[in-house]
Design a binder for this molecule. Structure first.
Ligand SMILES: *Cc1c(COP(=O)(O)O)cnc(C)c1O
Length: 388
């Protein structure tokens, strides 16, 4: 298994070299984009391991190898989007099965669970997964999957992955962790006992806001085979050019993440001391309830944060959101450029207001995805926007 050679390598070396052996036919150092739908066979059934590109594509195979390496897993699978990867995980289940899902998670995941899969007879029980006892209490004989996201979007709540893995193991359920916010640089859930890691590769893995893609990584061969069967049967596969873009993004993940984290530190320090700011949600602040667990399971704290103004109204938030010059007002995250977002009307609009308020997602909450610009410029931009 190619992933074996990488087990002992440090992160940066893994990211640069994962899935990147020179192309055997030409020596090309970059993985070629195999823009083909089919592969010529020597005789019926005699081929070079490739038959039809929904089932296998050499560019995608290289990316899938890289995904496994960077998450310390045995197997990777790439999907046409993050939600397509999530969709594949839920398709492991049968009607009547129950999923314990984090109460505060990505809005698109919530929509997929409630609006699509509940119609097919799968039950989702939403629990505050930062409360380990609450998860234990929600377990039934029908629980087949625990789905967590940590840190969460946009409240930066932290769930103890090892504790969740312990609960899942006891009842032989799978634990799937949406690791999009942390990225493999900050956190590797398989090492903490998770069965499946999910990524929206659209975010930090791609890293340049130029691709939509998703990923799953796992250790168990049987689980991999089931998910591969779903991937090829349901067909939500990414195209080879998009696979090339994510492979290229992974090469600089560690360099980008270091700057995202540094910008996180500096902007959090600025916001916490600003007179107009009420609360700052960033997992690197000791005031964050999940700080100790974040410190235990993450390498650093990342560049995602949210905050509220003392005037916690929609109007005051909108003034800040429309006054920044470097931060662009946009959904998404994890790119090199800084983004500012209003979860209540943008990323989390599909969650009913009462549900949102229960998790602290008020109309005045502002979310930042810090890019890799110089922190002085980001702080100056926020300073002038807050002065408006
Ligand atoms: C963006 C995102 C997703 C969905 O991924 P897409 O690539 O947009 O389909 C899932 N989870 C989290 C945490 C995300 O940020």
């Amino acid at each position: 298994m190619a992933t074996e050679n990488f087990r002992l390598k440090k992160q940066g070396t893994k990211y640069v070299h994962a899935g990147a052996e020179p192309d055997p036919s030409t020596g090309a150092i970059m993985t070629p984009i195999f823009q083909t739908s089919t592969f010529v066979q020597e005789a019926p059934g005699v081929n070079k391991g490739f038959e039809y590109a929904r089932s296998q594509n050499p560019t995608r195979n290289k990316l899938e190898e890289a995904l496994a390496i960077i998450e310390n897993g045995n197997y990777g699978l790439a999907f046409s989007s993050g939600v397509a990867a999530t969709d594949a995980v839920i398709k492991l289940l049968n009607p009547g099965d129950e999923v314990i899902a984090a109460a505060d998670m990505y809005g698109g995941t919530y929509r997929l669970f409630t609006k699509i899969f509940e119609r097919f007879g799968i039950r989702f029980i939403y629990v505050d997964t930062t409360n380990t006892a609450a998860v234990e209490n929600a377990i039934t004989a029908k629980t087949k999957l625990i789905w967590v996201e940590t840190p969460t979007n946009p409240m930066m709540n932290i769930t103890d992955i090892a504790a969740m893995a312990g609960i899942a193991k006891k009842v032989k359920a799978w634990l799937c962790v949406d690791n999009t916010f942390a990225s493999p640089y900050l956190q590797n859930p398989l090492d903490l006992g998770a069965d499946i890691v999910m990524h929206s590769s659209t975010k930090y893995l791609g890293g340049h806001s130029d691709v939509i893609q998703g990923a799953l990584v796992m250790n168990d061969k049987e689980l991999r085979d089931q998910l591969y069967f779903i991937q090829k049967s349901c067909g939500a596969v990414p195209g080879p050019f998009d696979c090339f873009l994510v492979l290229r993004g992974i090469k600089t993940l560690h360099v980008r993440m270091r700057q995202h984290c540094e910008n996180g530190r500096q902007v959090a320090a600025f916001l916490t001391s600003h007179p107009k700011i009420d609360k700052v949600f960033w997992c690197g602040l000791t005031s964050n309830p999940g700080y100790d667990i974040a410190k235990k399971q993450m390498k650093d704290f990342g560049g995602m944060m949210s905050f509220t103004l003392k005037d916690d109204s929609r109007q005051a938030a909108l003034k800040v959101l429309t006054s920044t010059r470097i931060f662009s007002l946009a959904e998404s995250l994890g790119g090199v450029e800084s983004l500012i977002n209003h979860p209540a009307t943008m990323t989390h609009a599909s969650i009913p207001r009462e549900e949102r308020l229960k998790t602290g997602l008020t109309d005045g909450l502002i979310r930042l995805s810090l890019g890799i610009e110089d922190p002085e410029d980001l702080i100056a931009d926020l300073e002038q926007a807050l002065a408006q």
